[in-house]
Write a protein that binds this ligand. Structure first.
Ligand SMILES: [Zn+2]
Ligand SMILES: [Zn+2]
Length: 330
């Protein structure tokens, strides 16, 4: 099968003809239709995340159809079913985290397109326990960006509890998806962009934000919660300063530049800073239940499998108009 392979970080992906994988007893063999490109793919390709599997087939927002089913897989899936394969690819089910509903923190977790092969290919195998059925209202391209920006964004959003005044720093894929759910649930949304990015601020207001401005500005009202989707450490103290008492800053990305120091008085009065790591299957089930009701809409730009390097380059340069989605097979 054709695959785009990362031999080493900081090198171009190589188009290869590799052996088609075979499913083990607990896996599905999936013929891939689409795979969305995530910022994490850039972090992996650029060597910003430690110890990837090498050589590696990247990609963890995979949409495809079941071609073969391992003998121990329960009856949830049939041959021909459409499935989504997310970032969390395998857990041991027995560590202290798995046994306390925190499988996202599993000591031995494996991650699709990072420590196991992912979706920049014609086929893949995936542990059936971590595959999702996908809502019918979305086609294969539209639904792909929901599998990471949606799921991990949703986990970040849930960490904000019932915060009425919600700020989002970074209005990329995850920010735009979560903003739609926040507005649907009646939150007062403030959106922070790069200083001077009037186009994005205007887009946020058109979507329904009560305020949109630069990350160096403060909204007229303090926030109960802020989610940071940009991988920019200095946004953490900036968001902290925008919080009301008891507020929370949620860092939604896997990688962030260093956070500068800040006075304790900015944290005082029970303000909280937390990160969000990975996802649980429950996040996925909840998200795919709410997304079609909103309905959450995605904006995409499609590329062929062979154009994966172009998609990554354009993502890195900030030139994409929507989430890049590789269209692999019909
Ligand atoms: Zn575990
Ligand atoms: Zn991702």
């Amino acid at each position: 099968m054709r695959a785009m392979v990362l031999d080493k970080p900081r090198q171009r992906l190589q188009l290869r003809d590799v052996e088609k994988p075979r499913p083990d007893r607990r896996q599905l063999l999936v013929r891939i239709a689409t795979c969305a490109v995530c910022r994490t793919d850039l972090h992996v390709a650029d060597g910003e995340l430690p110890d990837p599997k090498l050589p590696l087939i990247p990609g963890h927002q995979i949409v495809g159809r079941v071609e073969e089913i391992g003998e121990e897989v329960d009856s949830k899936f049939k041959v021909g079913d459409r499935v989504g394969i997310p970032w969390l690819g395998w857990t041991d089910g027995e560590c202290i985290y798995c046994r306390s509903n925190r499988e996202n923190l599993c000591d031995r977790a494996r991650f699709t397109g990072y420590t196991i092969d992912g979706g920049y290919a014609e086929s893949t195998v995936a542990d059936a326990r971590f595959c999702f059925h996908l809502p019918d209202r979305y086609d294969d391209v539209e639904v792909a960006p929901l599998l990471c920006a949606g799921l991990i964004g949703y986990r970040s959003y849930r960490k904000t509890g019932d915060a009425r005044r919600l700020g989002i720093y970074g209005f990329g894929n995850a920010g735009q998806l979560i903003a739609q759910i926040a507005l649907y649930e009646g939150r007062d949304l403030s959106v922070f962009t790069r200083p001077g990015d009037r186009t994005t601020q205007q887009a946020a207001k058109e979507l329904g934000a009560v305020w949109a401005g630069g990350s160096d500005e403060l909204p007229p009202e303090k926030l109960d919660a802020a989610i940071i989707f940009a991988s920019v450490g200095p946004l953490v103290p900036a968001a902290l300063r925008a919080l009301a008492k008891g507020g929370i800053v949620v860092c939604g990305g896997i990688h962030m530049s260093d956070i500068p120091s800040f006075p304790y008085s900015d944290l005082w009065e029970e303000r909280v800073i937390t990160s969000v790591a990975n996802l649980t299957r429950r996040d996925g089930e909840e998200f795919f239940a709410i997304a079609p009701r909103v309905p959450v809409r995605t904006k995409t730009e499609t590329f062929s499998l062979e154009q994966a390097n172009t998609a990554l380059d354009r993502f890195r340069a900030g030139e994409l108009q929507g989430t890049a989605v590789l269209t692999v097979t019909e």
